[in-house]
Write a new protein. Sequence first.
Length: 363
Amino acid sequence: MIKLHKSVQRIRYPPFEHSNMNAAEVPLVEVVLESQHPPPPSFKIGTDDDWMVEWRRCKDDDPEWPVIQSDISTDPFPFLMRTRDGWYIEPDPLHTLARRLISPTVSLLIFTLLIHSMEPGLVKIGLLSEAIAGSYRIGPLDYPKMLLVAFPIFLLPIVSRMVANLRDIRRQNAYIESPLEPPVISLVNERNGVRIDKMRMPLEIMASRARIQVGIAVPERSKVLEALTRKEGGQPAPGMSTQLPERRITTGEELGTGVGEAIPMPVAHQRVLLLEPMRVQEVGEWVDIRGSEVGHRLKGPENLWPGSIYSAVIAIHWELVIQAIRDDGTRMKWVRPLKMPSREGLEEISKMVVRSGRIELSN
């Protein structure tokens, strides 16, 4: 008879736009995990009233939580190898500019409409010049002078996003026509980082800097529903949407928010060429690797995280990121999963670092 190892997993994972939700109101997923493989050393990140994750041994006074079964592995699951391994194109910087322009341009338009509604009174008491009051007649219609200035400014985020998407599509198509070979990299694990022992990049691209980062993948949807005693097709739990195509590293498509304008447009390809950020992620410092291909030490985040471990509910994922510039000027990054050893006796990390699921904010 095969022995099953039992452990407790508790997680409250942030949705796509966590800033719009109160973490304490999102259900905490708590399960007893049964697996043929032993669990990792215990760890906890975050607090029970905030975004958090905990994996520990069972205790005698634990409640009767749902029991689920899942594989435990130190090797990345296939869904991570499909979505976080290889060359990726950096989103156009105009995406970030477009997002920053939304609030000021909307505020400007609202302010202009307010002033226009009070225009006669403001002109009468001398607070508004007649030079900017009134309207221009174009054809059969009159157009307020101030709106003729404010409305084109209001359209700047939309136009910027369109231009950025067109550039991204062009760069992705160029890469598909002429893909890059993977770099040859040899790494040596250190206590909280890695050392680059050997690195050879393709001739048509130049590496600029590198870092390592660690995060938590999106929990498997079916296991979350099972833990919350909900059924697919019923009322989804807070922070979840109705079922959409399965992608455990995802943006708004998983939660039903942010689809469309939130995502730089990917082209049809066997794998996505725009790297989506992990919503729970801590990063090490960037290290300049120009001019030398060996001997660079890349440190992990300041907090000591658990080593690489993967299950259906909790998946701790480490990866190497190298930023580079192709000879045609395209900014790219190479991503490679890392297998970091487990660590005993880790201290609790008091705050889980969460971030938006938006691709343009992934850096």
